[in-house]
Design a protein around this ligand. Structure first.
Ligand code: URA
Length: 194
């Protein structure tokens, strides 16, 4: 698995299929982890990720680490973290359709090689890339979707993006943060069944 992923990563590192190839500092392919059963797909690299070539290393990533740690999961042992697109859009704007289309082959290869049992779709961009138009994240988060052949039958759950949680600080019952803590516990339960 490691060699196959390295091969795709190397292809991605020299990719110029869309305009982001010219503006990026680094391609952000994924974390490296052995035999993950759980994959998280984010949106796109931000400022710090582009500088370091690693996913979710800024403030949003630190919050994500805390969310996983609250149920005993970690990106070093359990969660393969990657993004829908591998290069940073200028000023962190949303990825454009042609950028998502150009990058799909890399995300698809990551899914095909790893075949995770559970995929967390973190924010609207990731949801759309896998599930299409199923509604906004506030309506569909926390629900399990049965993935089809394109994701090898993985169970899929849309979750809030940590950047959204950073903008909504309340922890009151029913708030986005509170909901995220419900979702991560449900995810842990399903993970324990694997
Ligand atoms: N936001 C994302 O969606 N991905 C990252 O890697 C960082 C921030």
């Amino acid at each position: 698995m490691y060699e196959e992923l390295e091969e795709i990563k190397n292809k991605c590192l020299s990719c110029q299929k869309c305009g982001l190839g010219k503006t990026r500092t680094n391609v952000v392919f994924s974390d490296v982890i052995q035999n993950p059963k759980l994959m998280l797909i984010g949106e796109a690299p931000g400022f710090y990720e582009d500088k370091q070539g690693k996913p979710f290393v800024g403030k949003a990533g630190q919050l994500l680490d805390k969310i996983f740690a609250s149920v005993g999961l970690s990106r070093e042992k359990d969660v393969y973290i990657c993004n829908t697109i591998k290069c940073r859009p200028p000023e962190n704007r949303n990825p454009l359709p042609d950028e998502k289309a150009a990058c799909w082959e890399y995300l698809k290869a990551q899914i095909d090689i790893i075949k995770p049992k559970i995929i967390l779709l973190c924010g609207n961009v990731a949801v759309q890339s896998i599930l299409g138009e199923v509604g906004g994240i506030t309506k569909i988060r926390g629900k399990w979707y049965q993935g089809e052949e394109n994701v090898h039958g993985a169970k899929l759950m849309p979750i809030f993006h940590p950047s959204y949680l950073l903008r909504n600080d309340s922890r009151e019952k029913g708030s986005p943060k509170w909901l995220m803590w419900q979702d991560i516990q449900e995810i842990r339960k399903e993970y324990d069944k694997l």
